[in-house]
Design a binder for this molecule. Structure first.
Ligand code: AHR
Length: 520
């Protein structure tokens, strides 16, 4: 902010030399027109879904410490983490994987804890787990959080019978063998389980299958996953990775309406071999590259949607981006294979830009699950023993909560663009708008520009608003993050640089900042 008046003064001096220097720090402008009369699609709250895998300290230490822990807990769930998640209104939680799901045998995770066998987590560092967090612990957590469970079933190394019985155990209310076993284990009433993933990354860690073979397996496994006692499963086939359009084509062709949803995974990652770059040490070029890679998800979604449209014109089959987010090198000094990474203001931009894209495709895209909720990849929360920090990404999810289940409002945006590494183009402003059930309009704005403030003129058309209030997320450096020593470096603050005059909103957005406004 401080630099804006200074740079305005500088702009008055018109020399070629200064023209170059102002691009480092100046105020630019952008215009937006919000079409409040054109809202058709609801942004499903499930776009704000989360993912919790048995990976590193996501479950053990992150969500779950057990009742006997000296870390404050509610029935074994960390109190601090639980309360922070409550604040986010988590709509859906995917579990137990990820790659872990295709080696997980659910029967090892039920019954008295002392009788549960230990297991080796082969996918993630060979860590020994005691199965103290199993089906009851997961589904009870979902009930306490008020979110839908999304169970990821084992197709890679499990049997049809095993998956069928798991569904019966969770959802049957009758006098059935699995329902009775559940009752014996302390839960009388069946849970409601809507989302069922039939395998995960079946082209890779979930069985290294070809799409034709997996399509047949999907048909076989899903046949025996029954709807018990008023529970209606929404069955999801394991989908493509990023640019694998053939996988989507084969699945749509061979499985079709036997699935209610087809998944997709897209990570903002430099590549799968070698270093992925440090989460907290990067330069501006890396930052803009990250924005370009993250925004490429739009093209990927469009292409998968076009294939789905070919087979399913009425858009009955949902696309679910059930893994997305940044993937950096693991933090030095942490356990290899635990995918523990810090989270900077750069990650916050990946969150806001991605969510802005997702909002545009909700006629087909019905869910997205950021990877992952605690201590893994682009997480909401990091924990260390008794301490917890909220990440910049957490704050984006908190600000954007206003868009959950709201009507998406299309908008036109004109702003500067930048050509970045790998032939991608990054607009300097990203924006999204929605109208909630009470008729309140929220507009989220990201100024991606690392150096320049932006004056955004927003044409509100017929929207009657007298004022706008909001919050801002920014920090002195893009590399800033919240650590256990300094947990409040990047956090939300009230935002006041906004004026309304005759249907036009003027917003002064500092460099590298994210804002959500509520029109009143
Ligand atoms: O989220 C980490 C891993 O990424 C998941 O286990 C897997 O599905 C994906 O490759």
């Amino acid at each position: 902010f401080k630099q804006i008046p200074f740079m305005k003064a500088k702009l008055l001096v018109s020399t070629a030399f200064l023209a170059a220097s102002v691009s480092l720090s100046a105020q630019k402008s952008a215009t937006i027109t919000v079409h409040a009369d054109q809202g058709k699609e609801i942004i499903p709250k499930e776009i704000y879904g989360q993912f919790a895998e048995h990976l590193g300290s996501c479950i053990y230490g992150g969500l779950w410490v057990g009742e006997k822990s000296d870390i404050p807990n509610i029935k074994g769930y960390r109190t601090d983490v639980f309360n922070a998640l409550k604040e986010l209104s988590v709509p859906v939680l995917r579990w137990p994987g990820g790659c872990f799901a295709d080696e997980y045998h659910w029967m090892d995770g039920i019954g008295p804890k002392e009788n549960r066998p230990k297991m080796v987590n082969n996918n993630w560092g060979g860590t020994i787990e005691d199965n103290s967090f199993g089906t009851h612990e997961f589904l009870n957590l979902c009930e306490m959080l008020g979110c839908e469970p999304y169970i990821s079933g084992n197709v890679g190394s499990g049997t049809v019978e095993e998956l069928a019985k798991w569904v019966e155990y969770m959802t049957s209310d009758g006098d059935s063998p699995m329902a009775n076993l559940r009752r014996k284990n302390g839960r009388d009433k069946a849970w409601k389980v809507k989302y069922l993933g039939v395998g995960n990354e079946s082209w890779g860690c979930g069985g290294s299958m070809r799409p034709e073979y997996y399509a047949d397996l999907y048909r076989r496994y899903s046949t025996y996953c029954r709807n018990y006692d008023g529970n209606h499963l929404f069955k999801i086939a394991s989908g493509a990775s990023d640019y694998d359009y053939n996988w989507t084509d084969v699945l749509m062709n061979r499985v079709g309406h036997r699935m209610q949803g087809l998944s997709l995974h897209y990570y903002t990652v430099t590549g799968w071999s070698g270093s992925k770059g440090a989460a907290t040490k990067f330069n501006k070029d890396d930052y803009y590259w990250t924005m370009g890679k993250c925004l490429e998800v739009e093209d990927v979604i469009k292409k998968h949607c076009a294939i789905m449209d070919k087979y399913d014109k009425d858009k009955k089959i949902a696309l679910l981006l059930d893994e997305w987010g940044t993937w950096w090198d693991e933090e030095p000094g942490t356990v290899r294979g635990h995918l523990y990474q810090q989270n900077t203001l750069r990650d916050a931009f990946v969150a806001s830009l991605s969510l802005d894209v997702f909002h545009k495709y909700t006629d087909r895209l019905k869910m997205a699950n950021i990877a992952q909720i605690v201590n893994v990849l682009q997480s909401m929360i990091l924990t260390k023993d008794k301490d917890m920090v909220l990440t910049p990404t957490y704050y984006v999810f908190k600000m954007y909560k206003a868009h959950q289940d709201a009507t998406y409002l299309p908008l036109d945006l004109t702003c500067e663009k930048m050509n970045v590494r790998d032939n991608r183009t990054v607009p300097m402003i990203s924006a999204t708008a929605s109208k909630d059930k009470n008729g309140i309009i929220h507009i989220s704005l990201s100024n991606v520009d690392a150096d320049n403030a932006q004056e955004i003129t927003i044409n509100l058309g017929d929207i009657k608003a007298k004022k706008a209030v909001g919050e801002i997320l920014t920090s002195a450096n893009l590399t800033d993050y919240n650590s256990f020593e300094n947990p409040d470096i990047v956090k939300l603050a009230p935002f006041k640089e906004v004026k309304i005059n005759k249907g036009t909103l003027k917003v002064k957005l500092p460099a590298k900042s994210i804002v959500t406004l509520e029109l009143q």
